[in-house]
Design a binder for this molecule. Sequence first.
Ligand SMILES: CSC[C@H]1O[C@@H](n2cnc3c(O)ncnc32)[C@H](O)[C@@H]1O
Ligand SMILES: [Zn+2]
Length: 432
Amino acid sequence: MTTLAITGGQVLLPDITVARADVLIDQDDGEILEIGDDLAGDVDETLDASDSLVTPGFVNGHCHVAMTLLRGYADDKSLDAWLQEDIWPTEAELTPEDVNLGAKLGLLEMIKSGTTAFADMYFMVPQIADAVEEAGLRARLGHGIVTVASDDEEARADAREGLEVARELDGRADGRISTAFMPHSLTTVGAEYLDEFVPQAREIGVPIHYHANETANEVAPIVEERGVRPMAYAAERGMVEPEDFIAHGVHLDESEIALLAEAGTSVIHCPASNMKLASGMAPVQRMLDAGVTVGIGTDGAASNNDLSMLDEARDAAMIGKIAGEDASAVPAEAVVEMMTQGSADAIGLDTGYLEEGAPADLAVIDLEQAHLTPRHDLVSHLAYAAAAADVRHTVCDGQVLMRDREVLSLDADAVRTQASEAAEALVARAEE
Ligand SMILES: CSC[C@H]1O[C@@H](n2cnc3c(O)ncnc32)[C@H](O)[C@@H]1O
Ligand SMILES: [Zn+2]
């Protein structure tokens, strides 16, 4: 057995308290062997965590990781204008190599900011899976299906690709990759395709993930044409099950929150994207009060514009208070829970907590920083004050992905250079 010890740190425990402890990991099995003050076993490799907080690796519950190539390309627009005028025409020019490089750039950023698992919806998913395999993270991946503006043959081919990705990529990268069936949204995929293909995804046994109730523009047409709220419409299509998770959930009414709570369907809150695209304020405290599992996601880097879950946590706490008109809404403990176990439960991955027998997915945060001084409350620091640059080490599945701020699984300089060249060429093709 090869072992890794994380020594000298404070450890964030599953009940969102912090205790002084070391962590011993079995690198062969990728599991935590022991958390305690006086480790017993032999140690092959050590990561220093003195003056540091050892947290579960953060879990980004909704992303389009290859969209790093479009970071800063089109800002300051609402969702519909942004997608239709800028993003979709440019994405039409993407090559498989672009998607691989964009994904690697996003994964580099995730490792540097302490994220060890994520859910992702995009095109050319095998190229994303290759990047995940190389970078060493965990992921739930799916092909984003869009049928509006396609003829029937194209729409069905797109949905079939969604099934194929779900079937073929599940279990790749030594089990670090899982899959889901991912219709883009309730307004961009026709009911006839949902009705035909969702039952086939159930046969494969994968969750369904989709954007829902992100903007008011997405709710009104369903209410007008179908006479029901979007989540009731989704439930009629069999898309509101315990393993399913929706992204955004900004414009959910009380009946829809109750439906999600009753069904056990989770919501991934994307506060930065919701603010940037002016989509609105999600009713996060009301969802938590109703018993809905809520995770946190960055959405893509083109609507955020970064992939740091620490930024996202702060945004979630801040906007949660504004939305609830209550300074005690969405407190630090809730945010820290959402960015770890909440997201992990929502996307159905066994990660997001540190205890014996748990997957060895963690991040070590350097507390020797002016902005993290004094240390009254480390949970408060995680939610409100820590930043991506404070992450010292990142470990996933027992493997050290970043040691002392040096990423080991990817060549950071090469990834940045290649991705930036690919991004420039992509935009030049799109603007031709
Ligand atoms: C079909 S693959 C995924 C698709 O989603 C687009 N996208 C990125 N951010 C958002 C968002 O906030 N709402 C809806 N769709 C979004 C992305 O550009 C891809 O085309
Ligand atoms: Zn999205």
